[in-house]
Design a protein around this ligand. Sequence first.
Ligand SMILES: [Fe+2]
Length: 215
Amino acid sequence: MSLIDIHSHLLPKVDDSKLSKFSFSKMMKTYREAGIENLCFSPHINDPYVDTKMDKIEPTFEWASEKAKKEGINTYLGCELYITEGEIPQKFYPHFSRYVLCETNVDFAPKCYLDSLRKIKDKGYEIIIAHIERYNWLNPESETFRVMKEELGVLVQINASSSRTSKANEYLTRGLVDFIASDNHGKFELPKLLAETLASNPRVYQKMNNFIKSI
Ligand SMILES: [Fe+2]
């Protein structure tokens, strides 16, 4: 069964990706060899720490898709939307026109965080919380998480590279993880690590297979 990576920063010179155009095809080969034939590009949007070239996203995605196709990889354009205390930007790219991968500050929740998520939901999108294991202010027992899950129906993603941390484990053991992804900024070892991590987490693997069938 083909796999999917829903979180990557592999569009050269668009955000903080370390991958060059020169090495792009080699990276796509690495994905195919790992058995991952579906790849979402998710450039940072609205991240106060990353200077994303918004005007380069679409043309670079077109270039990347052509290259990836030659290596047998299906590509999709999404984004990683940073939730701040300000307004949600007008322009962003939901995965498959429906799912918004959201990140925010790891040390504190922005004021009105839940309201911001509600606004996204009210626009008709589903929310995926990116690398949930990073948020020091959030845990599966917290009231904030209860609202996120029960009221807003958020989906949860963890990074393969931190899947063995105690924080990730808190979500994994409760069956709360919907996606494991690479958050790959240009590391060639990550596709294989993602495939191995999915193999050792069959519950998440099954959810992701169902997700692929639904898109
Ligand atoms: Fe990311």
